[in-house]
Design a binder for this molecule. Sequence first.
Ligand SMILES: [Zn+2]
Length: 366
Amino acid sequence: MKYLLSLLILVFVSVGQTSTKCEAPAVSKAFADARAEVEKRMAVFSGKKSIAEKADALLSKLIAAKSPVIRSWMTTRGLDDKPEDEIVKEWRLYFAKNFALSNYPNDDKAINSEVESLVDGITLLYATPEFRKRTEGLFTRSKEAAVATIKSFKLPAEKSILERIGGIKLYWPQDLKTARAGTVPLEIIDWGIAYDPVANQINMGLNSLSYANDESYLAVFAHEIGHSFDSCRWGAFFTDAWPFEKIGQCLRSSASVGAKKRDDSRMGAMTKSGQISKELSVSMWKNPTCNKSQYPPIGVQADQLPESFADWFAAEVVDRLEGIDRSKVRTDLCETKTLIAGSSYPTNEMRLKRIYNASMASKCKI
Ligand SMILES: [Zn+2]
């Protein structure tokens, strides 16, 4: 009887545990307001004379040529039966984002200056002195813990990794015209917190406002710091062998996140047809865990090790932090998201369960 009772208690406790819901926190008001404001400004921007004229001219040309591209563009957006002015409005918005912003800077000075005033206005919306102060403080804390974490591993490459980490700074775009070379408008408007290996900086875009608590910022910064020496970047910035091979193998295993390998089956054909250059394919073969914008194409499996490793390192760093609420770490990952086919990320659920909240048994140990 005693045995049965304890068994019942055990069952009850474990049911209680599994039914604990992982809930993504509500979007912060500051972020929701900023996004709504950006949408408003994008609509105004797409109606500006210099942009609308070009958008309309391209639309007329495509319609006159009976372009299948424009037909499918309309169908996928449910615009087939919509009035003409609605279609034009949607098209202008699409053009503004995918041509005017994506091709900045181009040879049209009027468009360039519209893009600059739009983007600089958006930067002022989110990169406020208060937000900068708060996130700079959290970044410093995360970086200090990252340094202590690396020291605890006692790796032969410790000095060079610490040098790389020591140089990392947050990058706040202030003036698009004079921004760091390679900074593109969509990085600021569409992206959140992202590591740039060439500059060794962490870009702070509009979506950096989205995290609900300090714990998540600390973990996200540690994840980005992890990218400075992940399996892909290692080859470009360090000389000896990647010292986390064992962790890599563990992250690939089904006991952990089962990080998938890059599917290289299309590389030969794409190099032959000139879709990717010979140089790129050579560098891809040399760096089997790197993903580039040209390869793998959408739908073909990207390598999941760099993202899994950055998560693993972030979890190690967060473990060293005192006075934080562990249950709040990366609550943004509670959102069930459908990933694009071949994504470089394991699912949110796996990242949380098997890395951030991993039990001692499923944790990858150095
Ligand atoms: Zn990442």
